[in-house]
Ligand binder design. Structure first.
Ligand SMILES: [Ca+2]
Length: 253
């Protein structure tokens, strides 16, 4: 009998923990890690429908402005032509760059880099499958760095993020000349007003003059409430716990 109780308790706990994990697992953002590209990385992102051999294409996203996808492992040493870009980091200029800690993001691989001072423009993606009135959690990693070859402090750097008509912004990061702010993790909550909405990231900051770059990686948008099917499993787990509690009470009497 004691074994049965232990088994049921374990089953209930498993149901509750797995359903909680499942509810948070469906990412509605495609290519939120920026790993899918064509025509390489580090070149400026293509705009519009005109194919350009000197541009990088970022799958599932639309870019307008001076935006790039950079590989985290070569982020500070690939700007070797007029159309490619590198940021100040440990390896800039043959390993003699500033030891500012710039490197791979928490989720690794490619990152998005956007200039807020020079032809700034949004990077966006149409999100479908939203439930009107439902809350969604948007999470991502971000930071600020500076383009190799340029100097000057950037005291204000942040992302303006919108989903449909709802516009929010991250905390601002202060960056020093040739510096890197480190990767920060943030999340914000949006409520859907349509089943299809535009998710958009716009680099912002000030004052102008010292070429800044906002960095972004690991973008995910998940429902903030468990889905109906997972509610059922959650209630199943809670039901087992209630049954056990009732039986213990009966046993005590
Ligand atoms: Ca990535």
């Amino acid at each position: 009998m004691r074994n049965l109780t232990a088994m049921l308790t374990l089953a209930a706990a498993t149901l509750i923990t797995t359903t909680a994990a499942q509810a948070a697992s469906t990412n509605l953002v495609k290519n939120g890690d920026f790993e899918l590209t064509s025509n390489g990385t580090s070149k400026q992102l293509n705009e519009g429908t005109t194919a350009r051999p000197d541009r990088t294409y970022l799958t599932d996203w639309t870019s307008k402005g001076y935006n790039f996808v950079l590989n985290g492992n070569t982020i500070d040493k690939t700007g070797d032509s007029s159309i490619a870009l590198a940021l100040w980091g440990p390896n800039s200029y043959s390993g003699n760059g500033p030891k500012n800690g710039l490197g791979v993001s928490p989720t690794g691989g490619n990152v998005l880099a956007a200039d807020w001072d020079y032809f700034a423009g949004p990077v966006s993606q149409q999100i479908s499958g939203l439930v009107v009135g439902e809350a969604y959690t948007l999470s991502f990693s971000y930071g600020a760095a500076q383009q190799v070859g340029f100097r000057g402090d950037n005291p204000i750097n942040y992302w303006e993020v919108s989903l449909g008509g709802d516009k929010q912004q991250t905390a601002s990061l202060a960056n020093v000349s040739q510096g890197f702010t480190g990767w920060q993790q943030t999340s914000m909550t949006f409520t859907a007003t349509s089943s299809n909405e535009l998710l958009s990231f716009m680099a912002k900051g000030g004052p102008s003059g010292a070429p800044p770059f906002m960095l972004l990686d690991g973008v995910s948008l998940v429902s903030a409430v468990p889905e109906p099917s997972t509610w059922g499993m959650l209630l199943g787990g809670l039901g087992i716990l209630a049954f056990l509690a009732r039986r213990r009470k009966a046993g005590a009497v």
